[in-house]
Design a protein around this ligand. Structure first.
Ligand SMILES: N[C@@H](CCC(=O)N[C@@H](CS)C(=O)NCC(=O)O)C(=O)O
Length: 251
């Protein structure tokens, strides 16, 4: 997407790049799974956007002026500001109705929302499984495998299509995806978390199909980048927000 703003993260003391009238802006962090949800929708719909990445350890004051909770993603469009990945994505889906992602049927829409809103347990298991297994405490691993079983069953109940949206990708696919992209890192530490045709065939097929989507190809990082960022965040406690960027030149 069009952007004249550096990809390097903006931190405390740095001015916010001036907003251009009529241009949609996303405040993001390159490795943030929540912001990826919104980037997936933006890419899928081909929405013109400029992105400002934030240093979340040294947050600029102006982030709080837009979002009092100080988290990304945040969308800004003239005097309009929205935060929370689900809210941002619903708004974008309504304002850019081409390639509609939310179901029109209210019941199905509510069911889909339920699916991704209740994924908190899977998300919290993410960083607990490894340390747990090391201590022979399998609680988080069991919780994660139960979540996989639930998604497997849900895909089966939705018919033959590879996606949660059936033959076409839907909002739930994009809302769930970022944690499955990061799962490969955990797989190398705890192989029991690997999704295969032999244990979760529909989820395994879903993952293969998701990787084929242009929006996923455009927003994803490979396993090594995710592993590096997770280590910098969780072990070194010094998140490497700009990892992999080559030119330090700021505009
Ligand atoms: N519920 C929020 C969660 C967003 C979130 O936690 N983003 C993280 C980055 S991955 C963040 O900004 N963290 C900064 C902090 O917690 O201070 C959403 O869905 O948008």
């Amino acid at each position: 997407m069009t952007s004249e703003i550096t990809e390097f993260s903006f931190g405390k003391g740095q001015a916010c790049p001036p907003l251009k009238p009529g241009v949609l802006r996303l405040y993001s962090m390159r490795f943030c799974p929540y912001a990826q949800r919104t980037r997936l929708v933006i890419e899928h719909k081909g929405i013109p956007v400029e992105t400002v990445n934030i240093n979340l350890k040294r947050k600029p004051k102006w982030l709080f002026d837009m979002n009092p909770t100080g988290v990304v993603p945040v969308l800004q469009w003239n005097d309009r500001v929205l935060y929370e990945s689900g809210t941002c994505n619903d708004y974008l889906d309504d304002v850019y109705p081409e390639q509609k992602l939310n179901p029109t049927d209210p019941y199905q829409r509510a069911r889909d929302r339920q699916l991704w809103e209740s994924m908190g347990k899977l998300i919290s298991s993410f960083y607990e499984v490894g340390p747990g297994v090391q201590k022979k405490d399998y609680t988080a691993l069991d919780r994660m495998l139960r979540a996989f079983a639930r998604y497997e069953k849900e895909l089966v109940s939705r018919g033959d299509g590879p996606f949660f949206g059936g033959k076409k990708v839907c909002m739930a696919d994009f809302m769930l995806w970022p944690w499955f992209e990061r799962l490969q890192v955990l797989n190398s530490v705890v192989p029991e978390t690997t999704i295969k045709d032999s244990n979760f065939p529909r989820l395994a097929s879903w993952i293969r199909h998701m990787y084929e989507l242009p929006a996923v190809k455009k927003t994803m990082f490979d396993k090594d980048h995710h592993a590096h960022f997770m280590k910098s965040l969780k072990i070194d406690k010094n998140p490497d927000y700009d990892y992999g960027l080559v030119s330090p030149a700021r505009l």
